[in-house]
Design a protein around this ligand. Sequence first.
Ligand code: NAP
Length: 267
Amino acid sequence: MRIAVVNNEKGSSVTIRNRFLTAIEGTEVVYDEKNPDMIVSIGGDGTLLEAFHRYVDRLDKVRFIGIHTGHLGFYTDWQVEELEDFIPFLLNDSGESISYPLLEVRLAHEDGKVEKMIALNEATIRRIEGTMTGEVFIKEDKFELFKGDGLCISTPTGSTGLNKSLGGAVVHPRLDTLQMTEIASLNNRVYRTLSSPLLIAGDEWFHVRLDDAYLEGVMMTLDHLNFSLKGVRDIEFRLAKERVHFARYRHMHFWNRVETAFIGWKE
Ligand code: NAP
């Protein structure tokens, strides 16, 4: 097995990284940052997002696994104090994995070029200078005229992130769906939006056509990344053909994870 480690710079993550690399010395697991088939993320869910984007071009070849240096995360199955339990699983790996849906974003540039990118949690489009205006289509059909701060389109695993803070539903990651939530929509006699989170079927997609008059200053976030959408008018959001694969050595019940993260009555 060829392995790469991505960790955040917190003291405990660096210590765990060193302990982990020492533990795999002399085993059949080799360290290979360029062509790994397993990525070990040490830190939080944010670190896993960073690892995901670093290896986004190898999604069909890699599995991810997360060791959390804080509380248990949504993408991190193992806690720091479980490192010694985790290593034998890794050394005896026989390809156990679970996969989750991803979001593909297609940006249509003015020069006709279509740029594709992938998100693990969500993508948002937002306008910083004033409100954002655009038509929202579901597949080819116009659905609504949106005016407001922005829109968030999330994956099932991303549904517990920003989506949840925007009032979106928590979605089981076995469902192949995307969810759109609004960021401060303006509703009056001219502009009318659904004003509630919306989940589409796996073979449907969202298309946003930004209004010419409001093109300047629109930003896109893709998980923890952000950039300007200068020169882009049409944006499509669909389920990606690619999926993300996680090494899964023990079953973690999704709703237990949600309870632990957000309710915590069992503690
Ligand atoms: P950040 O401030 O580094 O992280 C925000 C928090 O979101 C962290 O506590 C992170 O967990 C947690 N998180 C990340 N993915 C999650 C998921 N799928 N489910 C539940 N919690 C999750 O934010 P950032 O670097 O700008 O953006 C990274 C992600 O954080 C975004 O993709 C977005 O989903 C989320 N976020 C949420 C809000 C909000 O709820 N208002 C705002 C900004 C970003 P760890 O501590 O384990 O890393």
